[in-house]
Unconditional design. Structure first.
Length: 396
């Protein structure tokens, strides 16, 4: 058996000191040192074999965080692990305490094609793997050809179309060798919930951003644009997932979905949940009221849906532990669960199962955001919890 861990970590705007990432936003050297210290401590605590990072502006600051985590790990090993001459050194507890460094790990960075000048930067993604990669990780952001989603009017006729030519942030796809398997890992950060507003023809700022003259209808339209873009990005990712599963590869999807698990973009990525029994459902091509799918057809439908569906590690954990919720994000005083790790059926049951999830860890003791005045470092610590799935591959 091979045990391994995979984590998702939104680091919240990782960039070097004195670099303006968003308008008027940058870190002083002291603030950057504090942020690097906090992130390194979280990475050391995770000690995950595979980590998907979100909100990485540049690769170098992330490499510094990893190096600092390794320094702390070495110091911890020196303090906590007994010398091999001690007869109790082989006890399992010490394997649990041991930190494995990332000296030989591979790091893939996906810059954002929408990245701009200082003050108009856009973050990318990264995957850190102790197992390296099979082939070169792939960055997907430009949509070529353009994704065109046609709509019809309720009374018939052309209802126009939504067109997507580029994702707001890249999707990073990596094939990773673990034990006797090769697992495809997708790291994503879908369009944020912040409203998308259009600038006036004459230039200047969109009127909806003026909160003193609050425009509820205009703000709602901005939320509609953001949600539409986010769902379209989720569909692009879903295509890639199904392609990998149909090629026979196990799939793990992780990242910041900017959507709770009950929301639409998460459902698009995971795939539809099958009904208990399609044999009670009237056939799509029924000519009579009593024409329903047969029991044999029900089994065919169930298998086709389940074979490409993903399951949430969080939900698997909640069902096992009898918890009711896992919060991974805080924004404006609202706590949600928008970070996810999703597993293909290779880990959750059915034909072709190669392993299982043994545990799910949530590191969210430091959830802070700008609405909490008592949190002096809310700008520096992540406003996301870190989540990690503990997985076990069975022997072939």
């Amino acid at each position: 058996m091979t045990d391994f861990t995979i984590a998702s970590f939104n680091v919240k705007n990782l960039i070097g000191a004195d670099q303006e990432y968003y308008r008027f936003e940058k870190y002083t050297p002291e603030e950057h040192a504090w942020k690097e210290d906090w992130l390194a401590d979280q990475l050391f605590t995770l000690n995950a074999d595979i980590v998907g990072f979100q909100e990485i502006f540049d690769k170098a600051p992330l490499q510094d965080v990893i190096a600092e985590a390794d320094r702390r790990g070495k110091a911890s090993n020196d303090d906590a692990l007994p010398d091999r001459s001690k007869r109790y050194a082989r006890k399992a507890i010490f394997r649990k305490l041991a930190y494995s460094d990332y000296a030989d790990a591979a790091l893939a960075f996906a810059p954002n094609l929408n990245d701009g000048a200082p003050g108009e930067r856009r973050p990318g993604l990264a995957i850190l793997s102790r197992y390296g990669f099979v082939g070169k990780p792939e960055v997907i952001q430009d949509v070529d050809p353009d994704l065109v989603i046609p709509f019809g009017l309720m009374q018939g006729g052309d209802g126009g179309a939504f067109k997507l030519d580029r994702l707001s942030r890249p999707i990073l796809k990596a094939r990773i060798p673990v034990g006797d398997q090769v697992i495809t890992v997708f790291n994503c950060h879908l369009k944020s919930k912040l409203g998308e507003f259009t600038r006036p023809d004459g230039g200047g700022l969109p009127p909806e951003v003026d909160l003193v003259n609050y425009d509820p209808v205009g703000r709602a339209l901005g939320a509609l644009r953001a949600a539409t873009r986010r769902m379209a990005e989720a569909w692009v990712l879903r295509q890639l997932i199904v392609e990998e599963i149909n090629n026979g590869l196990p799939v793990i999807v992780l990242g910041d979905f900017n959507d709770s698990d009950n929301a639409v973009s998460s459902e698009i990525i995971a795939g539809e949940r099958p009904f208990k029994n399609y044999a009670w459902m009237r056939r799509h091509d029924a000519q009579k009221s009593n024409e329903r799918y047969t029991d044999a057809e029900n089994e065919i439908i169930q298998e086709k849906i389940k074979s490409v569906r993903l399951e949430s590690c969080e939900k698997l954990f909640v069902r096992k532990s009898l918890r009711d919720m896992v919060y991974t994000s805080a924004f404006g005083g609202v706590f949600e669960s928008i970070d996810q790790i999703l597993l293909s059926r290779h880990f959750t049951g059915g034909d072709g199962q190669i392993g299982e999830m043994s545990y799910f860890s949530v590191f969210n003791d430091h959830l802070t955001d700008g609405s909490h005045q008592e949190a002096p470092y809310n700008k520096l610590a992540s406003d996301h919890g870190q989540i990690m799935a503990h997985l076990r591959l069975w022997d072939a």
